[in-house]
Design a protein around this ligand. Structure first.
Ligand SMILES: C[S@@+](CC[C@H](N)C(=O)[O-])C[C@H]1O[C@@H](n2cnc3c(N)ncnc32)[C@H](O)[C@@H]1O
Length: 222
C-alpha cells in the first residue's frame, strides 16, 4: 500500500522526517497492529495523529540511545511498542520481544511474520528469560513502576547491562518511591532523554531513564 496521506500529514505535523522505506514499514506495522486491535484491545491510539504523536514519538526518542549491535529486549511488548518500531528504525540492533499474556504474544509473533522482521517473540515474563539469555538493554513502556521493574530484576543484573524505561511526567514521584523503599540502593538512575508530550497541558514532559548497577560504567548513547 502506498503511504497514506494522513500518515504523511501526521509526520509533517510533528516535524518527523523519515526515509520513505522506513515510513512504509512503520505504516505496515501500524496497519497490521490495528487489524488485530479489534480482537485483542491492543491500543487506543488508532489514528495516524495519535500513532505518530504518542507511540512513534517515544520510539524515535529511544532509538538513538541504543548502540549498534546491541541485544535489546522489549519487556511487556503488548502491541509491539517500542520493540517493533525500534527494529524498523534500527536494523543494526538485535531486538527481541517478551509478552507474558500468551494470546498477545501469539499476535506479536503473527505481526512479526507478516512484517518479515528478524525479531524473536517470547511468550514469557521478561525477567524469567534472564536465566537463559543475556541482553545489553531492557526497554520498557507502560508495564510497571520503577519500583516494580527494579524488583523484578533484582537478581538478574548479571544478565543485563541496563534498562531504558520510557516514562511519563510521574517518573520523579516513582523515583522518590523507589528510593524511599531502598530499591535503588545498588542502582544508578539517570534521565537520558526528555521531550514534550504534546498533550493538552503543553507542559508535561516525557523522559527515558537509564538504570544500571552501581560500580559499572554507564553505557553511552550513540
Ligand atoms: C499496558 S501494556 C503496554 C504495551 C506496550 N509496551 C505499550 O507501551 O503500549 C503492558 C503489557 O505488558 C505485559 N506484561 C506485564 N508484565 C510483564 C512481564 N513481567 N513480562 C512480560 N510482559 C509483561 C502485559 O501483559 C501487557 O501486554
Amino acid at each position: 500500500m502506498p503511504l497514506d496521506p494522513e500518515f504523511i500529514a501526521a509526520l509533517e505535523k510533528q516535524s518527523v522526517e523519515l526515509d520513505e522505506t522506513v515510513a512504509q514499514r512503520l505504516q505496515d506495522y501500524a496497519t497490521c497492529m490495528w487489524g488485530f486491535n479489534e480482537q485483542l484491545n491492543l491500543t487506543r491510539h488508532t489514528t495516524w495523529d495519535l500513532f505518530v504523536s504518542r507511540d512513534l514519538r517515544d520510539c524515535l526518542q529511544l532509538a538513538p540511545l541504543i548502540q549498534p549491535g546491541e541485544e535489546v529486549l522489549d519487556l511487556g511488548s503488548g502491541n509491539g511498542i517500542p520493540g517493533i518500531p525500534l527494529a524498523i528504525l534500527r536494523p543494526d540492533v538485535e531486538v527481541a520481544l517478551a509478552e507474558s499474556v500468551a494470546k498477545r504474544a501469539a499476535v506479536l509473533a503473527e505481526m512479526i511474520e507478516q512484517l518479515q522482521l528478524p525479531v524473536p517473540v517470547y511468550s514469557a515474563r521478561g525477567e524469567d528469560l534472564m536465566d537463559d539469555f543475556r541482553f545489553t538493554t531492557i526497554v520498557c513502556r507502560a508495564v510497571g513502576s520503577i519500583t516494580k521493574l527494579c524488583r523484578w530484576f533484582e537478581d538478574h543484573w548479571a544478565s543485563v547491562d541496563r534498562m531504558l524505561l520510557i516514562k511519563g511526567p510521574k517518573w520523579v514521584e516513582e523515583r522518590g518511591e523507589a528510593r524511599h523503599l531502598g530499591v535503588l540502593a545498588n542502582l544508578e538512575v539517570r534521565r537520558v532523554a526528555e521531550y514534550p508530550l504534546g498533550d493538552d497541558s503543553g507542559e508535561n514532559q516525557g523522559a527515558i531513564l537509564q538504570i544500571w548497577p552501581k560500580g559499572r560504567e554507564p553505557m553511552r548513547s550513540v
